[in-house]
Design a protein around this ligand. Sequence first.
Ligand code: NAD
Length: 506
Amino acid sequence: MSSPSRELVRTLTATEYGLYIHGTWESPPNAPRFQTKNPATGALVGSFVSATAEDATRAVTAAAQAFPAWRDTPAPHRGELLRQVADVLRRRKPELGRLVTEEMGKVIEEGLGDVQESIDFVDYIASEGRRLAGETVPSELHHKFCLTVRQPKGVIASITPWNFPTAIPNWKIAAALVAGNSVVLKPASNTAGCAAEIVRAYHEVGFPPGVLNLVTGAGATVGNALIDDPRVRAVSFTGGVDTGRQVNVRGAQHLKMVHLELGGKNPMIVMGDANLDLALDGVLFGAFGTAGQRCTATSRLLLQDSIHDQFLAKLLERVKTFKVGDPLDPAIDMGPVASADQEQKILEYIEIGKAEGAKLLCGGQKLTGGVYDRGHFIAPTIFSVQHGSRLSLEEIFGPVLSVIRFRDYEEAVRIANGVDYGLSSSIYTQNVNLAFRSMDDLEAGITYVNAPTIGAEVQLPFGGIKNTGNGGREAGSVAIEEFTELKTVFIDFSNRLQKAQIEESP
Ligand code: NAD
């Protein structure tokens, strides 16, 4: 008898993971478990412990105990360990990229890209171990020295979503650790395997027990226990607006720092003078890359009157050639959406669009037949909508693009800004004046000129305004601000009591 295929083995068995607390993988024999499934095939991927609030509290205890020694470890040494993590991720990139695709459903090129973003960020932030700079500032008094130093906050709770299942956990973990904090990670349940494999990389290079902990399980059960624990000094959250609001309100009751990275409703403006072929490539990647499940996805396409009909006709032709299918096949453009819940929510939005009178131009349904029957595949969908409709205002987080017509630049900016979100934005134009004006005019944390709304690079700050967040930024040189306190130090070597604001200047 021939041995069962890899796919069959995957369907019948899931890799078992435990909680990772104090440097040990724990799998209590009778603990309830949940499983992750490949959204393209339904095959099992991983099996995880459904942690209790007590498990979360134990993880915080481990992190709190590990914190003092980790804080006292010289920052360059902390950075050096992170550099080794980047090496492990580099070595394991093919396997991890495949896992991202199998557990979350993005096409393999993007699965590998997710891991590459992890590698890039860990490499980048490792160097922060040799910076972590404060500043020196002159004193108004004689023989007095003034400076600031960056200090870690303590235990950080990191709560992450599923759409960048390795990159977002790494953004949070690595920045927190290099700054000297200890961390409890609570990942999205449907991509818990990616998070566990990331934690394994940190384990492999020998991070001290308790410095990084992983607790899998239900958002509210684990999340509430982490947020309510007084030893957790800050919460770093990426996810939806409704969850983010709950996390923020709960954290506020404890006067706790909560960093929020939330949703988006990102516009791409195409002016009449734009390079239309470039804009076409841009909107296809921006709207349907990762099946529209990026927080920066292009979900609104704003077309100027003069090119509206021509551009739309070309776009609809191009979408017909778009290949949806097995995300492990490199020839495929778009895989499934990430879960049954995602599928249901996106199909509901398609019905909302139809009900509110939006004109369906293509797609608009679940794909069925053949490989599609095993997974959650939705056709790339384009609606022509009026600004002000629900499709034009609400985050759908799926392969659904809303097209809106505009007369002139001023109207485009009004429409682009007329939503509650402000994460990413884009304009295609050859007019240098409009390109520069858009930098000022578009209400968003990120603006791209002649590129789609997606494509973050780790050495630049990432985040948004309005309901997209509460003012912080991840990545870039500012990434460590979320995870450090600034201590101001005055050193008086005058040997006498000096009084600021009271002593006369000489
Ligand atoms: P989600 O809000 O459903 O879940 C995010 C995380 O919060 C998960 O780990 C979940 O288990 C946890 N959670 C759920 N309820 C909780 C509670 N009551 N207390 C504490 N934690 C709880 O989001 P999602 O569906 O995983 O991700 C999609 C959303 O994330 C989209 O809105 C997307 O725009 C957003 N996102 C934003 C960014 C950004 O940087 N701005 C990046 C990626 C994704």
